[in-house]
Structure formats: structure tokens, C-alpha cells
Design a protein. Structure first.
Length: 158
């Protein structure tokens, strides 16, 4: 009887070790896309959204609208996110690439991702109706990715 219990304990221990080896409990970050493979992809619902942070941000000309240049290090991608404290017409732009105009009133909007391995600039807009914007970011928010330094430099350009 003691032998059977010992055998069962040894088998369970081996099974536990093998399970931990082949099926680890911690999941590694697997990017949905990377670099130019993220161009035009909506970040929401991707792994890029999960590890993103605000690389640089700035208030609009009204002092309440804010635009954020979002960056995902796992995906090496940026996108624009525009926010306002109440529901209104907003737009988020990746300068020279794409502008998302909200099709209804929102408190925040974002546009599609763009390759973050170079320079990516964003801008935000707020207005009284669709496409009619009277408040904007008076600067482009640019993020310059410098791979050999493994860091991001932010620069506000007029």
C-alpha cells in the first residue's frame, strides 16, 4: 500500500513538472503585428493596444482637448488618440497618413496604427459637427524612434 502511494506521488510530481515545462502558466507577448505590418490596423483588440503607452501628449488650443501619440513597444507602432472631457465631435490624425473623423460624438477617438520604427507625428481636432473643427492641436506631436539607443525621443514640432 505504501509503495502504491509513493508511486502515485512520484508520477504526479513528474506530471506536474512536465505540465509546467510544456504548458507554462506565464504567457509570452506575441505581437499581433510589427512595424509596417501594423500599417492601417485598428489597435483596439490587438496586443498592441495592451502594451501601449503615451509617448508624448499635448493640450489643444482650448486647453481641455488632449492629443496623445500612443506607442506600442511590442508592435513597434504608433497611433493618434484624441480625448475631451465630455461628448463632442473629435478627430485623430497621424500626420500625412490618415485622419479618423468620429462619425458621432465621442469622449475619445483614435486612428489606425502606423510603423513606429521611424518618425510618427499625430494631431487632434475638436469641433461642433462632423468635419467642422474649430479647436485643434497647435503642434504636431512627433515621436522619433532611435533603435540603436533603444529609446523614444519626443519632439513637439510646429
Amino acid at each position: 500500500m505504501k509503495k502504491n502511494v509513493l508511486h502515485i506521488a512520484v508520477l504526479l510530481s513528474i506530471l506536474l513538472v512536465l505540465t509546467g515545462t510544456f504548458f507554462p502558466t506565464s504567457t509570452a507577448f506575441a505581437a499581433t503585428c510589427t512595424g509596417s505590418g501594423c500599417n492601417w490596423v485598428d489597435p483596439q483588440g490587438t496586443t498592441c493596444w495592451n502594451d501601449a503607452y503615451t509617448a508624448v501628449w499635448h493640450y489643444g488650443s482650448d486647453g481641455t482637448m488632449v492629443n496623445r501619440n500612443m506607442y506600442s513597444p511590442g508592435c513597434v507602432a504608433n497611433w493618434s488618440r484624441t480625448e475631451y472631457p465630455s461628448y463632442t465631435w473629435l478627430a485623430a490624425e497621424t500626420v500625412g497618413v490618415y485622419t479618423y473623423d468620429g462619425d458621432q460624438v465621442y469622449m475619445w477617438v483614435w486612428d489606425n496604427m502606423w510603423d513606429g520604427s521611424g518618425t510618427v507625428c499625430t494631431r487632434g481636432y475638436k469641433g461642433s459637427s462632423y468635419g467642422n473643427y474649430n479647436v485643434e492641436l497647435d503642434q504636431c506631436l512627433c515621436v522619433i524612434h532611435v533603435p540603436h539607443l533603444m529609446q523614444i525621443h519626443s519632439k513637439e514640432l510646429l
